[in-house]
Write a protein that binds this ligand. Structure first.
Ligand code: NAD
Length: 300
């Protein structure tokens, strides 16, 4: 097993999808040997083209590695893969889960790692597939300081901002809370534009005022849900994602799971989840999440 402080490590990477594929490719570019596995053979083949060493199983990918990274759809997949890999990793292996998952599953896999004598981090990301390709992701990291210090240079090959948020599952907590703000604020901005339309106030005038006033927020000034004021926002390309509604809905559901777990009252989070569910059911799943304005407008 490599010295974890070595500049060029051998690492296992499980889950080579939209995010994991380009993240693994950036680790290869940084000089690491990346042993990859995904259930989908075509994704494994694509990763091989980017320099990843293809493996036939989770166990084969992680054997002998000092670092293992997982990038999977949900908590149940992470628990399943971490259960498999525990049989094959040595003590002191650094395990990093970059998936966005529920708090309980995250705590559970941290517990498994601790029982095995491994270092573990939850390190969900924001920045989407473009950030994954460009190596400009933000990592929100939970876990002990020793693990964070060891992981930081590795995460830097895939991201720009690496923020230690606290102990086990605090990266997930930060991601879930941030995306609840985002989901709610996009609805607020969309409702304001629809109301402005009804009042006869032009979109540009609302933008000119709110973008320099107390209504200013990321959903308005970076991701404006109407075409025109912010030329790079998905509204200008018929709401092609971007950040798909399916993932916004997933993250809002995670916020509601977390609220139920802790007893926190998140009324607007609850309402936002319900609106995105309705939008998704009505055919919005694959659109950018800012397209929620179309449903709000159509129901007005
Ligand atoms: P994806 O579905 O494209 O990739 C997940 C991959 O995991 C798939 O290729 C799947 O085959 C693989 N997989 C599932 N179970 C496996 C197993 N047992 N062994 C090996 N491979 C397995 O998803 P994605 O868009 O890459 O997202 C990954 C994670 O990142 C999710 O948790 C998502 O919420 C989060 N995320 C995604 C984005 C985004 O824009 N796509 C942004 C931020 C965070």
């Amino acid at each position: 097993m490599d010295d974890i402080n070595s500049k060029h490590l051998t690492m296992g990477f499980i889950g080579l999808g939209h995010m994991g594929g380009p993240m693994a490719a950036n680790l290869v570019k940084a000089g690491h040997v990346v042993r990859g596995f995904d259930l989908m053979p075509d994704l494994l083949q694509a990763a091989t083209g980017a320099g990843v060493t293809p493996c036939r199983s989770v166990v084969e990918a992680v054997e002998g590695c000092g670092v293992v990274i997982t990038m999977l759809p949900a908590g149940k997949h992470v628990i399943s893969v971490w259960t498999d890999l525990m049989t094959a990793v040595s003590e002191r292996t650094l395990l990093i889960d970059c998936s966005t998952i529920d708090i309980e599953s995250s705590r559970h896999v941290h517990g498994m790692a601790k029982a095995r004598g491994c270092l573990s981090l939850d390190a969900p990301v924001s920045g989407g597939t473009s950030g994954a390709m460009a190596g400009t992701l933000t990592f929100m990291v939970g876990g002990e300081s020793e693990a964070f210090t060891a992981a930081e240079p590795i995460l830097r090959a895939m991201g720009q901002k690496i923020i230690h948020c606290g102990g086990a599952a605090m990266g997930q907590a930060a991601k879930i809370c941030n995306n609840m703000i985002l989901g709610i604020s996009m609805i607020a901005v969309s409702e304001a534009f629809v109301l402005a339309e009804k009042l006869g106030l032009s979109q540009q005038s609302l933008y000119d005022v709110a973008s320099v006033s107390s209504g200013q927020c990321w959903s308005l000034t970076t991701y404006c849900p109407v075409p025109g004021p912010v030329p790079a926002s998905p509204a200008n390309r018929d709401y092609q994602p971007g950040f798909v509604t399916a993932l916004m809905l997933k993250d809002l559901m995670l916020s509601q799971d977390a609220a139920a777990l802790t007893g926190a009252k998140t009324q607007l989070g609850h309402e936002a989840a319900a609106l995105y569910q309705r939008f998704s059911d009505a055919g919005g799943t694959a659109k950018d999440f800012s397209a929620i304005i179309e449903m709000i407008r159509s129901e007005t």
